[in-house]
Write a protein that binds this ligand. Structure first.
Ligand code: AMP
Ligand code: ZN
Ligand code: FE
Ligand code: FE
Length: 291
């Protein structure tokens, strides 16, 4: 059984429509795939329907933009009720923050001599719940300013680069509690990816577990083999589920092909059991897995 618990469609910053992503997942031999677009459940119904036809199990999820102090943390959430008001309000605030930042980034780029408009960005995010930096990057590619998203982040959009603009993100601890109250389970996405410091450490994960965290994404392309071994040991020590996934973005990210990392059937089963418990405790109407 092959299980991939982290993918993005055109509903956020991936390049495949949700149904196409699901069909590709089936074609590469995945049995279970989670759709985890940034801060939105907008792709769930299309993906669920496609999964039924393709004979794969679709786990509805999302990757929520949060902060822990000053550190940006991506929080994977699965099988939650996205209409739970405190959570829905936070998601709306995050998406609004994304949209509000686009004109500011465009303005920065124009001051840097790049002839780009807000419309150039909006064209790239026509199917998305909101425009993110990757859509600005796609506009820069289309305009011939950079070769690919990677170069756009390196030159302009990455943290500390000249067109980088902060945006709103939700408090991590609050979000873990909201997702639990919404009947879902949470996993910290690529915790040690892209950052210089390996935080949270074991003590930090223990605090998050106490707040209701269910798992750690261990096998991710941004982690070295040594980091994966250490994160797996922390997960085992703290009784957190260890997941593995591709963080597929279609052609938007190289080396993140569907199924490039996967979650063991045992960890998957444990995560689903915790989701059943959270759903029962919440009393909310949560989505079911499609098979
Ligand atoms: P945003 O949420 O709009 O700030 O954009 C962050 C998203 O951009 C991440 O979730 C990644 O999907 C993508 N991203 C971040 N860094 C890079 C990079 N260096 N190259 C390509 N995509 C990136
Ligand atoms: Zn993304
Ligand atoms: Fe992420
Ligand atoms: Fe992601």
């Amino acid at each position: 059984m092959r299980i991939d618990l982290h993918t993005h469609s055109r509903v956020s910053d991936g390049t495949d429509a949700p149904a196409l992503l699901v069909r590709k997942a089936a074609a590469v031999g995945l049995d279970v795939v989670a759709l985890t677009d940034h801060d939105t459940a907008a792709g769930w119904s299309e993906a669920t329907e496609a999964a039924r036809d393709a004979g794969v199990t679709l786990v509805p999820g999302m990757e929520i933009s949060t902060v822990d102090g000053h550190r940006s943390v991506h929080l994977l959430a699965y099988l939650l009720d996205p209409t739970y008001p405190p959570l829905a309000e936070e998601l709306a605030r995050i998406l609004a923050g994304r949209s509000a930042r686009v004109p500011v980034m465009v303005d920065r780029l124009r001051r840097l001599g790049v002839d780009i408009s807000v419309d150039d960005v909006v064209v790239e995010s026509s199917d998305a719940a909101a425009s993110g930096r990757p859509h600005v990057a796609d506009a820069l590619v289309r305009l011939g300013v950079v070769r690919d998203r990677e170069e756009a982040f390196d030159r302009y959009l990455g943290a500390g680069r000249p067109a980088f603009i902060e945006r709103y993100a939700a408090d991590l601890h609050t979000m873990i509690r909201h997702v639990k109250a919404a009947g879902g389970v949470t996993v910290i996405a690529h915790p040690w990816g892209r950052s210089r410091r390996e935080q949270p450490d074991e003590a930090g994960f223990a605090v998050l577990k106490a707040a209701g965290l269910s798992g750690i994404e261990v096998d991710h392309q941004d982690h070295t083999p040594e980091q994966r071994a250490r994160l797996r040991a922390i997960a085992r020590e703290l009784d957190l589920v260890a997941t593995g996934s591709s963080d597929y973005h279609g052609t938007g990210k190289t080396q993140h092909d569907l199924g490039v990392n996967s979650t063991s059937p045992e960890d998957y089963r444990e995560l689903m059991e915790r989701a059943v418990d959270a759903a029962a405790a919440s009393g909310r109407d949560v989505p079911q897995v499609s098979r």
